[in-house]
Design a protein around this ligand. Structure first.
Ligand SMILES: [Zn+2]
Length: 711
């Protein structure tokens, strides 16, 4: 289901992508990929010394020094909760995507079948009159199915129908490489869907959690009220609960789901997500859920029911507890929950009252966004996709690549990756805390690293998906079913190493631990990340640091659990394991002391993998630049800054961001990435090379005594 503006973290579809480490938060790229495309912003596209705040002291707060003038001249737009340099980039992408979609929708007399699909999908989304006229009708067939549920067995069939169509509910199913044989896809059963973005918000008693719970429950109630208004006749013979009662029932079920769900820090540990089980064993873990009925209804391959085939459970405790809750919580509450899941999935597809109410909670209250983005942007997202919901994104991406990404760009990127791989090899060869055995395995893992650049060579086939110009909701459902069934068909099949998990226009970069693979989509390979008109120092500071970050993920606290082939396996000697953990815990406590805004401390354990990747990535990018420059002789200063200084400014400027207080608070709790200020300052505080470049005295904030280093 294409869901404009919905953070992917909320929907909890069990997709392979969710096990990948990304450079930017996937949940928030949703916002980035739909940025305002007005010409409000006349800034140059890439790196610029115009952004500097020259009154700020580089040794006190380098982020302020590098970004100060950008921050002052790019206030948060009303239709965003966050605006960063990467949003500027995404703004340019979304304008390109808009042109592609509008051409296909309105300007071509003869269209290819790809153009018919993306053009009509976009036209159907833009056609608000037809959408308004249909009101809540598109959701009614599903509501009738929910109403008809009378037994627990029927509820399980309903959950299967949700999984078949790609709507998450209290059981979720996906496919991912087998943690112990990464050449083969395996079925993966995940945790349940909740409307609040973090399980802790259901369980904690601080003021923010309590207030958000109240607001959320009021939002659920209002959505049920809207639905009642839109369905004048009772949907079935039995008396219906009042909206307030239904909202309470939803809270009861989601609170039980939250209690059973792993917290974000636990969930990051791949060993905890590795729990093979057969269907027979599932019956013992979750006796109230008949997984034979469930799996048959999802469309997953029938041989999963075979007692020798195993599935992977991300959290067996979740299944045990939810199974128990099926007995203690009344069926009427589960039906209210399923109705709520359906409303939540359909809200962007129904008349604007539903969409506005959804925005009121997720946009205004939760994220501090003042206005909804214009329709065309939301439609761009709905058709061209977003991480976790690619929609028809590959069809758009094919055209995007033709327009924006030539073979020369691929070759330059390939060279950069090779340069970074070389310095990471030197780092792994020289760190003094690893034994020869572990070092040899680390080097073997680096050599086995696979890379993907730009977009796929083999494009996805959408010929089975019917798209019509007058059926926005139906188009979205058909796309969602096609995508879900495609991923379920992978179960039991060999992993296709040419597969792309994201669209080419995506503004992000990825490391997939189960594939030992980095991915850099064409969408990110533009200024300020990559700029062919700029000196190497600028490109190594931005693109180089990004590449280094992704590579280092193979050796962060989570990625290091996987071997060169991507199998979950312990290849560390006990002594090296202890040495790694000691160094990583320095980084964890360092970042736990940082605040994204006053009162919102970062979680050093939650952000550890990303911080290890940031720190390692910038360091190897810096040494790759030094190696390149050593072949060129002394380089002149540009704009008054040496190559070293330009490298660090370029790195820090990638992270300039304005955001609402709500957004900063949310991210401090939910995001595995640190906020922009600390992605810049946290890393540079740890680098003697930075201190030297800017002449920072020991003991200044950017040159503290307690520097940390893992790689
Ligand atoms: Zn990352």
């Amino acid at each position: 289901m294409a869901q404009p503006r919905r953070p992917a973290a909320i929907t909890k579809r069990t997709t392979f992508l969710s096990s990948c480490a990304s450079w930017l938060p996937t949940a928030f790229v949703v916002v980035a990929a739909a940025a305002t495309a007005t010409a409000q912003n006349q800034s140059p596209e890439g790196f610029s010394v115009d952004y500097l705040d020259r009154r700020a002291d580089a040794c006190t707060d380098f982020y302020q020094f590098a970004c100060g003038n950008w921050l002052a001249t790019n206030p948060l737009p009303a239709d965003r909760s966050r605006y960063s340099r990467l949003n500027e980039l995404a703004d340019r992408n979304v304008r390109i995507v808009r042109t592609i979609l509008e051409d296909a929708a309105f300007n071509k007399s003869r269209r290819s079948s790809d153009e018919q699909k993306i053009g009509d999908a976009y036209a159907a989304c833009i056609d608000q009159e037809t959408i308004e006229a249909k009101g809540a009708r598109p959701i009614q067939p599903l509501l009738r199915e929910i109403d008809a549920v009378k037994t627990r067995e029927q509820l399980i069939r309903l959950a299967a129908r949700f999984s078949h169509d790609g709507f998450p509910s209290f059981i979720t199913l996906g496919s991912a490489p087998d943690p112990h044989d990464s050449t083969r896809f395996i079925a993966t059963i995940g945790q349940g869907a909740m409307g609040l973005p973090d399980r802790d918000l259901y369980l904690k008693d601080d003021d923010r959690s309590k207030a958000l719970r109240r607001e959320y429950q009021a939002h659920v109630q209002r959505m049920f009220e809207l639905l009642a208004l839109a369905s004048p006749k009772p949907r079935s013979g039995e008396g219906r609960d009042a909206p307030a009662r239904l909202a309470q029932r939803v809270m009861d079920v989601e609170t039980a789901i939250a209690r059973a769900t792993m917290d974000r820090v636990e969930f990051r540990d791949p060993r905890r997500r590795d729990n093979p089980a057969t269907v027979t064993q599932l019956a013992q873990i979750a006796p109230n859920i008949d997984f034979r009925i469930y799996l048959r209804g999802t469309g997953a391959p029938a041989n999963l029911l075979n007692s020798v085939n195993h599935l992977n459970l991300l959290n067996p405790t979740y299944l045990r507890d939810v199974s128990a809750a099926l007995e203690t919580i009344p069926l009427a509450s589960w039906k209210a929950y399923m109705t709520w899941r359906a409303i939540d999935a359909f809200a962007p597809l129904l008349s604007s009252r539903f969409e506005q109410e959804e925005f009121h909670f997720y946009g205004e209250i939760l994220s501090g966004q003042k206005e909804m983005r214009p329709r065309w942007m939301r439609c761009s997202d709905a058709v061209a996709g977003q991480p976790g919901a690619d929609a028809l994104g590959e069809l758009v991406g094919k055209i995007f690549i033709q327009q924006r990404f030539g073979p020369d760009a691929r070759a330059r990127m390939d060279e950069l990756i090779t340069a970074l791989q070389h310095t990471l090899r030197q780092t792994l060869s020289s760190v003094d805390w690893m034994s020869a055995d572990t070092r040899a395995r680390a080097l073997a893992k680096l050599e086995a690293l696979n890379r993907k650049i730009g977009g796929p060579d083999k494009w996805r086939d959408f010929s089975a998906v019917t798209i019509t110009r007058d059926d926005y909701a139906g188009n979205s459902q058909r796309i969602s079913i096609d995508d879900t069934q495609r991923q379920l068909r992978w179960i039991g099949q060999p992993v296709d190493r040419t597969l792309w998990l994201v669209t080419p226009q995506t503004v992000n970069a990825f490391y997939a631990p189960p594939l030992n693979e980095v991915t850099f989509p064409a969408g990110i390979l533009q200024p300020p990340i990559f700029d062919a008109t700029k000196d190497p120092a600028v490109n190594f500071g931005a693109a180089g640091a990004m590449i280094g970050h992704e590579m280092t993920h193979g050796f962060d606290d989570s990625g290091r659990r996987f071997d060169p082939k991507g199998n979950l396996m312990d290849w560390w000697t006990p002594r090296d394991d202890a040495a790694f953990r000691e160094r990583a815990s320095c980084v964890a406590s360092q970042y736990s002391a940082f605040e994204s805004i006053p009162g919102a401390k970062l979680n050093g354990s939650l952000t550890l993998g990303e911080n290890v990747a940031d720190n390692g990535g910038v360091r190897i990018a810096y040494y790759a630049l030094m190696e390149l420059l050593s072949t060129k002789g002394p380089q002149p200063a540009i704009d008054g800054f040496t190559p070293d200084q330009r490298f660090f400014i370029s790195y820090a400027q990638v992270w300039c961001e304005n955001a609402s207080d709500q957004d900063f608070r949310r991210r401090a709790q939910e995001d595995v990435h640190a906020s922009g200020r600390w992605r810049a300052n946290g890393v540079l505080q740890n680098m003697p090379e930075f201190r030297k470049a800017f002449g920072c005295n020991d003991g200044t904030p950017m040159a503290p005594a307690n520097a940390c280093r893992v790689w």
